[in-house]
Design a binder for this molecule. Sequence first.
Ligand code: CA
Length: 260
Amino acid sequence: MAELASAPRPGDPRPGPEGPGPEGSHRPSGILIVEDEAELVRALRINLRARQYEVMTAGTGREALAVAASHPPEAIILDLGLPDIDGTEVIVQLRQWYRAPIIVLSGRTSPGDKIGALDVGADDYVTKPFAMAELLARLRAVLRRDGEPGQGQPRQARIGRWLIDLTAYQVQHAETGEGGERETLRLTPTEWRILEILLARPGRLVGSAQLLTAVWGPGFQQRTNYLRFHMARLRRKLEDNPARPRHLLTEPGMGYRYQP
Ligand code: CA
């Protein structure tokens, strides 16, 4: 539990552009923690407040639904094992109107629970026990997605030594070669589609079912072997060391993540 109570380190990055800035903010504000373990609520509250997040808490699913409805938070951190309603059901009800990020926090480790939570609309999943720094990084990532609506998605990204241009559909070596030419790389349309989805959500988990539906269409949610095949090929093309990928990460049983 010691890691849960870690103090903020000096120089820790601010929550991001959506954090309370000097000019103030009119966006939905505050992080809602839905958790029935008092110790964990306390640790989360301390760590979030230390990073200038406003914090609201709810100890049950019903309370969570009521608090979210009266003060829509900019993100929700939600435990699945709640005393009244199951956390998954809370997500289902929230998603009828709530669009901002939901990060699930749970001691349940079966892939079925994780996939279930992602399928009903959670944005990410952190398994207990977790490092506070990891949860905060996930929170920043999901908030970044929501931070600039209408800004569009980043159209360029870098993976290892490659520059990916999602507008021109080109992959070029970051360094020019001897003759001033840049080496280029060819990707298949399927590989481009997968990359577009992952790169649009830097740092965020994208569930396998979501990725399969987006690339192949409804009815392909179970074809995780398709993803394994194409992700392996993408890694061989783009990662400096495909056996130890640093950017195109697998979250076993859950999905994939582009780590910038
Ligand atoms: Ca619990």
